[in-house]
Design a protein around this ligand. Sequence first.
Ligand code: ZN
Ligand code: MN
Length: 496
Amino acid sequence: MIDAADNVTPVIGLEIHVELATATKMFCRCRNHFGDPPNTNVCPVCIGMPGVLPVMNAKAVELALKVGTALNCTVAEFTKWDRKGYYYPDLPKNYQISQYDLPLSLNGWLEAPLAEGAVKKIRIRRAHLEEDAGKNVHDHPAHTGVDLNRAGVPLLEIVTEPDMNAVEEVMSLARAMHRLVRWLGASEANMQMGQMRFEPNINLHIAHGGAIHKTPIVEVKNLNSFRALERTVEYEIHRQYEAWQADPDGFRLEKMGKQNRGYDDAREQTVFQREKEEAHDYRYFPDPDLVGVVVDRPWRERIRAGIGELPLARRGRYMDGYKLTFKEADALTQDAATGDLLDSAVAAGADAKRCVNLLLGRGAAIANERGCSIAQIGITPAALAELAGMLSGGTINATAAAKVFDTVVLESGSPMVIAREQGLLAVRDGGAIEAWVDTAIAANPQAVADVQAGGKQQKKAFGFLMGQVMQLSRGTAEPGEVQRLLRSKLGIPVTD
Ligand code: ZN
Ligand code: MN
């Protein structure tokens, strides 16, 4: 346990690698696609044959600029490519094309939402474009395979300042970044496919005995799930504190410098890998095969104009304008298309709250079953607006609307037509409702007795009878009328 008297402040920064959603790779025309048979998307350029010439993918630069702009960065007017020297089996070129001293984007920030409405601005140091390496495949018993399909895939590296001081802040920033790159269409950011990877750097500042002790900075490589990130940061905070307690003079940044550690998923621990390398270890130098990139003002302005409303701004607008709760607004701003659907239905005249109830009720349930976003279940703004209008006008009640919603999603078509065909329009006709009420009462003497006896069982038994009537009416009976009739027939007060 951390001793409160020691006043421990975790100091955490993040490096985030994001594979960009381009059709082709960064410097050749091979397909950028996850899951193809090994070494099918390769060519002399991306496997690093001597004498080949790389050609920049402008779409990748465009997506990277979009992210940099949305991160409030200063976008470079001129940027260039550098070779970063590495030797790995999955990098047969022996270098990675990256950006060293002139990255695409510099000095921005992203807001990390904290508890209910509070935000913390996390500074972004830089965002540069590079190429991904291939992958070592360890599923053969006797040897390790190398798959170069991923070699040369455009990779955006985003580096924050060490502005985060708690696990919650790290997780919030990571989630905000995930939402942002997907929102912008810059990346699918599917973490199981390795399309977004985190590398936190962590140390502790410990106020003790009138001085600040700093523990060695640890960088943990290549975390590809939110869970691994969370466990890693929690684990490192405690590990470093205990290491410092055991050796307060030796376990210090000044003495031990920086380290790389890896995360062991099975044990949920970090393990030492190597002393951290410095920039000079990589022998960066400008790539002689690639020309620099001029990002002129019209290009920058076109990017800026294309960004539109960002997730947190939209979430705020939903809370203020549509009077949604934080939870509702947050759920509707996980991706851009779901909010677009809502906004279009409202623009067509529908009541926002009714649309939201439909989207977060059956909409979210179906999306969850299918593993897609609410927008992707395939209801149109017009159908959503029509169904919301039927609810507002009382031509359908909520139970029946849920059934119509499901049919619209499965078969498309007009909610009004479907409701009429399936006999799901609201029934307010007293005669029809009275018949259902009588049937329910006759069939359930025990519940009737419980209601009439009063006491503890009354409420439950009354709810049960209500449910029976609604079921007999297939959800079409107007609930207020059912309640009124049931109460009067059972001889209990009409109002609570
Ligand atoms: Zn290639
Ligand atoms: Mn990198």
